[in-house]
Design a binder for this molecule. Structure first.
Ligand code: UDP
Length: 316
């Protein structure tokens, strides 16, 4: 057994959760992964089957739980893609409220450090660009995205309250769009949709006119930022993302170039409340954590290509 810490990761079977488990194990820690597998997949943890420092429990964090003392809690459990959280609307609100409180209770009970995965969706359809942490956001509280946005905003409030009232050592990361191997191929997100469509040779589905923007962070950069934040003294929300900003047309062109695909573009209706622009201001992460992303979109897509090819092959 290592002399590292014992770390609880909720949402461990998800895209980010599984990569976080890998990094924490590589640092010499023991990891207890929890997931109810509503959107996470055991396949993401298969390579850890014979890792003695990793344990997995299938459980829903909306029900109070306690597996004993832990040194740190990373709370990543939540449906995260628009398609998933709109399908699981009430579950998303539950995990972002009851689930977050249950994980905070663990940190409070054992004096453990705590990091909650928040989101750029807290900024809604932002009127401040790029988004800086002090911006309060422009969120429709009853729109289709509200089940996710307001759950994450409530989580930020309750995490901050546990810091303010109970002195729990909390951290809040606002995660911007992230991609890489293990991103669910059919979760409806733009990178997974475009990669799969390009590799299948079918048209890439651009929603609206495709001039809305997103800023995409490669998963290894994102996890490095989260881990750095978890070790810091910063309790206020901190943006972690890649400030390279792309329209959806530009994103499609990058993917066509990386895949060498001849797919055409097809235009479809823009979903309601789809944010028009999104780009993190990472001044704070740079100065407080000494962190910045290293992988540009083209390079990250190249690193992800093999994974998406495997996903397409698995469909056949
Ligand atoms: N999008 C698109 N085509 C797709 C999927 C998404 O044009 O097949 C657009 C979507 O309208 C949004 C952006 O890509 O403006 C990012 O969508 P995603 O679902 O990846 O995540 P979001 O950033 O909206 O949470």
């Amino acid at each position: 057994m290592s002399d590292g810490k014992l770390i609880l990761v909720t949402g461990a079977a998800g895209f980010l959760g599984s990569h976080l488990c890998d990094v924490l194990l590589a640092e010499g820690n023991q990891v207890l992964g929890v997931d109810n597998l509503s959107t996470g997949r055991l396949k993401n943890l298969k390579h850890l089957e014979s890792e003695s420092r990793f344990r997995f429990e299938e459980a829903d964090i909306c029900t109070p739980f306690d597996y004993g003392k832990v040194d740190y809690v990373f709370n990543l459990a939540s449906p995260a893609s628009p398609v998933d959280y709109m399908r699981l609307g009430v579950e998303t609100l539950q995990v972002g409220s009851a689930g977050t409180i249950n994980t905070l209770e663990i940190a409070k009970k054992y004096g453990a450090g705590y990091l909650h995965a928040s989101t750029s969706e807290c900024y809604g359809d932002p009127e401040v660009h790029p988004q800086v942490e002090t911006y309060w956001g422009n969120v429709n509280p009853i729109g289709p995205r509200s089940v996710y946005d307001e759950a994450k905003r409530f989580s930020e409030a309750v995490v901050t309250a546990y810091n303010r009232y109970y002195n729990v050592n909390t951290h809040l990361v606002r995660i911007f769009n992230t991609y890489g191997p293990r991103l669910q191929a059919n979760d409806g997100r733009v990178i997974s949709n475009f990669m799969m469509q390009a590799l299948r040779g079918v048209p890439l589905t651009i929603y609206g006119e495709g001039n809305q923007t997103r800023s995409f962070c490669y998963v290894a950069d994102l996890i490095a930022g989260i881990v750095a934040l978890s070790k810091s003294e910063e309790h206020l929300p901190t943006n972690i993302g890649n400030p390279g900003e792309f329209t959806m047309i530009e994103c499609a062109q990058e993917i066509l170039a990386v895949t060498g695909s001849k797919s055409e573009l097809t235009f479809m209706p823009l979903p309601q409340d789809d944010p028009k622009q999104r780009k993190p201001d990472i001044t704070k992460a740079r100065s407080v954590l000494g962190w910045e992303p290293k992988v540009a979109l083209r390079e990250g897509l190249e690193k992800s290509l093999e994974y998406f090819k495997e996903c397409v092959a698995a469909e056949a």
